[in-house]
Design a binder for this molecule. Structure first.
Ligand code: NAD
Length: 301
């Protein structure tokens, strides 16, 4: 049985660990927060005292951490993954981070003879629980084949995108589209409402027309139209506004690094950030619709 060292047992990490345990992997978990680690123990994992220990005493390392700086700390820090991993160990970082950081960490790993894949996910908590995440992988295809049985316990679509960093690029491109589309759907339905058009009829029209999009079909921002949408649960996530702002920020920064203009991505990034600073950060990102209220009638514009 393969032993997995799993670092980062938070919101996404816990259901992923649970599915690895169900698939009969033996999991050695580490998290900087004792309560997160305790939850991993309740789900059937053994616990390590550091990322270094989790990496040393396992066959494969998986990390699921909040941000680029957390990934750098967890891999390159004094008690980090690279301090414990022997030469030849394979590490899979499933966090959503800046592609340049993935490449930098991969270079540092390579200098120690440690192999590295970036493998961010799409699907959020419900699909992490079901074990049906989409996993976008950057790195060597032989390394992916070695990691595949563990990845298959957590996801149902595992796609090799290209060299290290390109899994992250695919993830940021996907969320760029999802984030922008949700703003577009929200604006369109606000405009229709202002003219008194029935949102149910408009949904029917758009679903048969060129404006049809995943954002409307599966996560309609207007309550009462799509049963499974977060808007019907007072925008309980789903995928939080703060995470969408984070991912659009990563996309905008990555584009700036390569001098690639991204006009609507930048606008959507600022809008989600503003929605967050007005209290919607921990709601589903489709709550941006509630933020786009019309001005009062007496307002000049
Ligand atoms: P989270 O904050 O709930 O969990 C991350 C865990 O990492 C925390 O428990 C934290 O204590 C731990 N951690 C941070 N730094 C550490 C370190 N140096 N060493 C050990 N542990 C450390 O975050 P999450 O929602 O699980 O998200 C994880 C990643 O997955 C993020 O990059 C996020 O963008 C991405 N993601 C999240 C979702 C979602 O819906 N939550 C969906 C898709 C992708």
């Amino acid at each position: 049985m393969k032993r997995i060292g799993f670092v980062g047992t938070g919101t996404m990490g816990i259901p992923m660990v649970t599915n690895l345990v169900k698939a009969l992997f033996s999991v050695l978990a580490y998290d900087a927060r004792p309560e997160a680690l305790e939850e991993a123990r309740r789900r059937g994992a053994a616990v390590a005292a550091s990322s270094a220990e989790a990496a040393r005493d396992s066959d494969l390392v998986i990390t699921m951490l909040p941000s680029s700086s957390d990934v750098e700390a967890a891999y390159l820090g004094p008690d980090g993954v690279l301090a414990g991993a022997p030469a030849g160990r394979l590490c899979v970082d499933m966090s959503t981070i800046d592609p340049s950081t993935s490449r930098r960490v991969a270079e540092r790993a390579k200098a120690k003879g440690v192999r590295f894949l970036d493998a961010p996910v799409s699907g959020a908590v419900p699909r992490a629980v079901e074990g049906t995440l989409t996993i976008m992988v950057g790195g060597d295809s032989r390394d992916l084949e070695e990691a595949r049985p563990a990845l298959a316990a957590m996801g149902s679509n595992i796609i090799h995108v290209g060299p290290v960093g390109s899994g992250e690029v695919a993830k940021l491109c996907n969320n760029l589209i999802a984030g922008v589309a949700t703003v577009a759907v929200s604006e369109a339905f606000r405009l229709a409402e202002a003219f008194g058009v029935d949102p149910k009829i408009l949904t029917e029209v758009i679903s048969k027309s060129s404006g049809h999009t995943w954002a409307m079909e599966h996560n309609h921002p207007v309550p009462g139209l799509v049963a499974k949408a977060a808007s019907n649960r007072d925008y309980a996530p789903g995928f939080m506004t703060d995470l969408m702002a984070k991912d659009l920020g990563l996309a905008v920064n990555a584009a700036r690094e390569l001098r690639q203009p991204v006009f609507v991505a930048s606008a959507a990034f600022e809008l989600y950030r503003l929605a967050s600073s007005h209290g919607l950060g921990r709601k589903d990102f489709s709550s941006v619709y509630t933020f786009l209220k019309p001005s009062p009638r007496e307002a000049p514009v």
